[in-house]
Design a protein around this ligand. Structure first.
Ligand code: HEM
Length: 221
């Protein structure tokens, strides 16, 4: 697509939705892989630290490519979401009577507020486990110990579990919205799509939650 065509595409509401869907797909792939990788926590400290070493030292160039890809995807995803929200707001006539929120606006609202929570969670999470400037006992290369120490503070565990609840809602509504956009913005009730969105929204946050829960319940020390 030439430059003018690309700008026109970005300027259209469908274009922004396609960008949201495509970047969302990249982010979904990342959370699935990250969750699966995290389950190595239950294979013990040596295995988990070796996995972290692989990503942070042996494959650091690939890790940087991944980081940049994620950053671009997140920025485009949020920019398109923000601009679509502003457009919808501008297009809606002023309310004379306060209306009950409709089901569709409920989904959109949980996406937005969930998005804001996740936006606060991600920088915190990076400082917590990757940069390591939030905890005096953080030790580089000791990912296992850092996770255990991190979740020994119940409030931090609760904050993470809250993020996983929002991640579940976000994955459910987001995947659903993406299927709609890929079907060229036509609403559909395809039960397979709904089941896929539901499975993703349960499995990924549940897998992530096993780490804080196992430490908070004293099963892993
Ligand atoms: C309970 C949930 C989660 C746990 C326990 C967890 C755990 C971790 C750990 C231990 C690291 C450091 C890995 C290392 O040292 O190599 C890490 C890195 C990271 N996590 Fe998570 N994570 C969780 C959820 C998430 C979610 C939901 C996202 C994104 C939406 C996310 C995004 C990242 C990113 C971007 C990195 C940095 C990778 C890098 O640049 O090196 N995490 N996570």
């Amino acid at each position: 697509m030439e430059r003018a065509g690309l700008l026109k595409f970005w300027d259209s509401s469908v274009g922004k939705k396609v960008v949201m869907g495509a970047t969302g797909l990249i982010l979904v792939a990342f959370v699935i892989l990250h969750m699966a990788g995290n389950l190595q926590f239950f294979a013990g400290a040596e295995r988990f630290n070796a996995y972290s070493h692989l990503l942070q030292v042996d494959l650091i160039e690939a890790t940087w490519i991944l980081r940049l890809t994620l950053l671009v995807a997140v920025v485009l995803h949020i920019t398109a979401a923000y601009q679509l929200t502003m457009r919808n707001r501008a297009a809606r006539p002023a309310d004379y009577v306060k209306r009950e929120p409709q089901v569709s606006t409920y989904a959109a609202r949980t996406l937005r507020w969930g998005g804001v929570y996740l936006l606060l969670f991600i920088p915190y999470h990076l400082m917590h486990f990757t940069i390591g400037n939030l905890h005096p006992a953080f030790a580089r290369g000791q990912a296992y110990g850092n996770v255990v120490i991190g979740f020994e503070n119940v409030w931090i565990g609760i904050f993470y579990l809250g993020a996983m609840a929002f991640l579940a809602l976000h994955l459910y509504h987001g995947t659903w919205a993406m299927f709609r956009t890929l079907g060229v913005a036509r609403p559909s009730n395809d039960p397979l799509h709904r089941r896929l969105a539901l499975a993703l929204a349960i499995i990924v946050p549940a897998g992530f939650s096993l780490l804080p829960l196992s430490v908070m319940l004293g099963l892993v020390r």
